[in-house]
Design a binder for this molecule. Sequence first.
Ligand code: NAD
Length: 355
Amino acid sequence: MNYNIALLKGDGIGPEIVDSAVRVLEEIGKRYGHVFNFTPYLIGGCAIDACGEPLPRETVEGCLASDSVLLGAVGGPKWDTLPGNMRPEKALLGIRSAMGLFTNLRPAKLYPALKGDCPLREDIVANGFDIMIVRELTGGIYFGERGMRQGKYGEEAYDTEAYSRMEIERIAKVAFETARKRRKKLISIDKANVLESSRLWRKIVHEYSEKYPDVECADMLVDNAAMQLVRNPAQFDVIVTSNMFGDILSDEASQITGSIGMLPSASLSDNTRGLYEPIHGSAPDIAGKNIANPIATILSAAMMLLYSFSLKEESDAIINAVDKVLLAGYRTADLAHGAPSLSTTEITDKIIENL
Ligand code: NAD
C-alpha cells in the first residue's frame, strides 16, 4: 500500500526526532511492502521565520490532503515574546481544529525496564501499568462561553462547560472501540455528583455500555480518579473523560511513567486521518545536539500505523523493538542518569535493528 504522510517537524528537537521516526517507518515499509511518501510542511517558529505566521495555509492544505500527519514539536525562546496569536503554540490549536480532531489518545505505559524512573513506590508499580486515556478534545469548558461581567462582588470572570449529546456519543464510541481492542475495561471519569454536563455524559456512556456488552464499564468521579492513578494505576485500562479532566489526568498519568521522552499521542477525527505527536515539547535546551530521546515520536508513528492505516502487525513490530532495546539496557541521556548513553541516531539504529 501507498501512504502519504505530512511531516510537521517544527522547532527545537522536532526535526531530529521526526527524522528518527521517518527512518523507522521507511524500514517498516521495506520489510512489509508499503510505500510511505513523506512531504514536509512548516509549522511553529520555523514557519514564523519563513512565512511570518505559525500555521501557513499551505501547511493546513497539505495536512488535509495527506493520509496522516506526524508532528515533532513547536516553540522556543526565540518566539516567546511574540503576541498570543503569533505564538508557535497557536499553530497547534489551529491544525487540530482544521483537521476536526475531537479525540486525543494518550497512552501512559510503565515499561518494565524503566520501573526505576517511576516516582511511585516500588510495590505500587510491581506489575507495571498500561493505561490509554481517551480525552475529548474540542468541546467542554475550553471552548464554552466565557467572559467578564459585573457580579455581586464586582468584577467577575466566567467559563462554561457544555457538552452536547453528539459530542459525548462520538467520544464514547471511540472509547468503547478502543477498550474492545485492549483489555476490555473502560472507566468513564466525570463529576456527576455536581455538574449537569457530567450527568448527561454519564447517561450517554451508560447507553453506549449496552451496545458494548463485552466491555466492562464503570464510572469514577474525577477527584477519586486523581487519587486512584497514584494509589493503584494498574487498575486502569481505558479511561474516557472530558477535555479539561483529560488534560489534567493525562499529565498526571504521564508523570507517573517518569519519562517524558517516551510518551506518544494520537489525535483523531471522524475519518482515518490523524495527527500523531510526542507529548513533550521542543526541548530547546538540547536541540541540535543529537541527544534527544526519539522514542515518543517513534511510538507516535506506531500509533499512526495502527489507528490511521490499520497496520497492527507493523505497529506491534515497532513497539516490540522499543521494548527489546530498553530491555537490552540501551538508554538515551534523559533515561541514563549519568551512565553512558546512546545518541538520538544511535538508539534509532538499535530500534531499526530490532524490528
Ligand atoms: P519540553 O517538553 O520541551 O521540555 C521539558 C524538559 O524535558 C526539558 O528539560 C527537555 O530537555 C526534556 N525533554 C523533552 N523532550 C525530551 C526528549 N524527547 N528527550 C530528552 N529530553 C526531553 O517542555 P518545555 O521546556 O516546557 O517547553 C519547551 C518549548 O516547547 C516551549 O516553547 C513550549 O511552548 C513548547 N511546547 C510544545 C509542545 C508541542 O509542540 N506539542 C508541547 C509542550 C511544550
